[in-house]
Design a protein around this ligand. Structure first.
Ligand SMILES: C[S@@+](CC[C@H](N)C(=O)[O-])C[C@H]1O[C@@H](n2cnc3c(N)ncnc32)[C@H](O)[C@@H]1O
Length: 318
């Protein structure tokens, strides 16, 4: 896509209604011929608005004044471009555990959670966050991470926390919550006005820092067998992912599905956008007042559709 058009579409369809700051910045970038020219020197996947804005913010760019932002980025281009080349958008949203917990909690006995595309692994802790469904008391009520989920339809609200005996994350570039630079990057990825998400990220990283997951660096197709080999005997392996399979080719998605189906003991939970997993479609749509038409489809074992959810975990419909 043409870079100018990409920034304009981002302003109109992604930032509008969610981040006025990013909406203004994206429009300003689209109007800046010199900045568009510099962005076009980068490989196409590195030109994305989220990556530019997070990289510039990490370096201290002024974001409340679009002309000052453009001046900053143009004059500091080498530093900004270096961060954009080194980093990628690895936003880790702990609130997605609110979507996953009702599915995970149905599995009795000890379980081993394996998240592919885990970023820093914050979604590996559904039993450590105070997740409240429709205002009901949360099971892990003493947690410092609070997640409120509105449900619609036949959602099975968890009554008992899962018995998690292992947490294993796989990522091309796992982020370490005990590394200050990785933590700063995770914070820079949260959009400016999303203060609740920022507070939740900080609380979740603190919990994870005290009991970090096992993190494996590698491609999810190539590394899943290595992750499964780490599952303690007697534990049911739950392989899950959210906002990840859209990053890999449809051939690799097929290979991944084939690999999982060869492990009959594995429960596979997917939480991805419509069309990402062949055969998983839903007639459900976001509830009135959801604020966005975007949704994920939650599926089990690549064939059962469980329901749909807010990409940031604020509502689920089964
Ligand atoms: C948008 S983040 C989602 C993180 C997390 N699943 C969540 O829901 O908060 C996508 C993650 O997938 C990882 N990823 C993308 N392609 C991958 C691949 N082929 N193998 C492993 N991880 C991958 C990225 O590095 C990134 O950390």
């Amino acid at each position: 896509m043409d870079t100018r058009e990409w920034y304009n579409l981002f302003a109109e369809h992604e930032a509008a209604g969610s981040s006025p700051t990013y909406e203004r910045l994206a429009r300003a970038v689209g109007e800046s011929q010199p900045l568009v020219a510099l962005l076009e020197e980068l490989p196409a996947p590195k030109r994305q608005p989220n990556l530019l804005f997070a990289s510039a913010r990490l370096l201290g760019a002024p974001i409340d004044d679009p002309p000052a932002f453009i001046t900053y980025v143009l004059s500091s281009w080498d530093e900004v471009a270096a961060v954009m080349q080194e980093r990628s958008t690895q936003t880790n949203e702990a609130a997605r555990t609110g979507t996953l917990l009702p599915v995970i909690a149905q599995i009795s006995g000890p379980i081993a959670l394996i998240e592919v595309g885990c970023s820093a692994g914050l979604c590996l802790y559904p039993d450590r966050y105070a997740i409240s469904y429709d205002g009901q008391p949360a099971l892990a009520r003493h947690s410092t991470v609070h997640i409120d989920v509105a449900t619609n339809g036949s959602v099975l609200i968890p009554t008992i926390l899962p018995d998690v005996v292992a947490r294993i994350g796989v990522d091309l570039n796992p982020l370490d919550v005990n590394d200050l630079a990785d933590r700063s990057w995770l914070e820079a990825l949260i959009w400016p006005e999303h203060n609740t998400r920022l507070a939740r990220l900080r609380a979740a990283t603190s919990i994870v820092a005290h009991d970090p997951p096992v993190l494996l660096r590698g491609d999810l197709v190539e590394t899943i067998d290595q992750a499964l080999a780490l599952v303690p005997s007697g534990a049911t392996p739950i392989v899950f992912h959210s906002a990840v399979l859209n990053y890999i080719s449809s051939e690799d998605r097929k290979r991944f599905a084939e690999q999982l189906s060869s492990h009959t003991e594995v429960v596979w939970i997917s939480n991805e956008g419509p069309g990402v997993i062949d055969g998983l479609a839903s007639h459900l749509r976001p509830p009135l007042g959801a604020g966005s038409a975007a949704f994920f489809i939650t599926g089990r074992n690549g064939s059962d559709v469980i329901g749909i959810s807010d990409p940031h975990g604020t509502w689920i419909s089964w």
